[in-house]
Write a protein that binds this ligand. Sequence first.
Ligand code: ASP
Length: 343
Amino acid sequence: MSNSKPNILLIYTGGTIGMVKDFKTGVLKAFNFNSLLNKIPELQLLDCNINTVSFKEPIDSSNMNPEYWVQIAELVETNYNEFDGFVILHGSDTMSYTASAISFMLENLSKPVVFTGSQLPIGDLRTDAKENLITSIQVASLQKNGIPVIQEVCLYFEYKLYRANRTTKINAEHFQAFDSPNYRELAESGVHLKINKKYLFKPEANKALKVHKNFNNNIALIKLFPGITKNVIESIFNTPNLKAVILETYGAGNCTTESWFINLLEQNISKGIHIINITQCSGGSVMMGHYETSSNLKSIGVISGKDITTEAAVCKLMYLLGEDISKENFKNLYEMPIRGEMM
Ligand code: ASP
């Protein structure tokens, strides 16, 4: 067993967590992350060595995009051998998207990558940032016989550790801002840090980390509603360079049986456009063929997103489109869990 303390890399991308309020003006501004240890002396009590690195220009997470995802993945890649765990500070608004994207990018990950953030800035008296940050670092430091306990991308917020690609932001006001409706939490922090071992992702042993950096964002996301018009759907399918469409359908993957709708989908599938069926419900799964209102989708070759979140569905789609995959394999691969993102 190794006696040395785990080395943790803290990556600050932006968001409320890394801000302090200017007491004179009341304006929130990013603070210098190099002085983090002075601002939060509690961090020195943790049983690990912490190094920090920050985006040159920290961003509000509403400005996130695949280019920033590549920057984050490269920070993990270039520091992978020197560090035992990674904590990524990120605005909460799009954290589930980024964390899902990073989970697809990092194939064969065998170390913890923990995303966290906060609803109130770290300098605020009532902040949730300190607990989120301190416990995230503890989670990233957990080892058993020198091997990291967590070997996947996860998200820690308000006493719960979730698999990142199962999360969604559910509240803009409460400290409990995230939920994982279709997968149990990986750990819960109370008096003790309780790990739900049987829910942890087990990567294949001894495989080298492979970082995938090609995302193809020529996709669209359509949320169906009663009365949606043919014009709207047609104009989306006429988008130049469009490669795939995610349909957010009703309940267990159901939609209108009107012939104009089904014909339009069928024509586009035969042109090579991938169509993915995910549910608008926050919990539960698509089961195509269970009702008459989804059996047409199944017979024309629509891909089932099963119980995937919208965030993970978008990121998995951009990731798979960026890989060189044949049309036949695409459906099989999309319908298979590759990072624990679906049942
Ligand atoms: N708008 C902020 C962001 O997502 C909110 C937060 O940090 O939680 O960057």
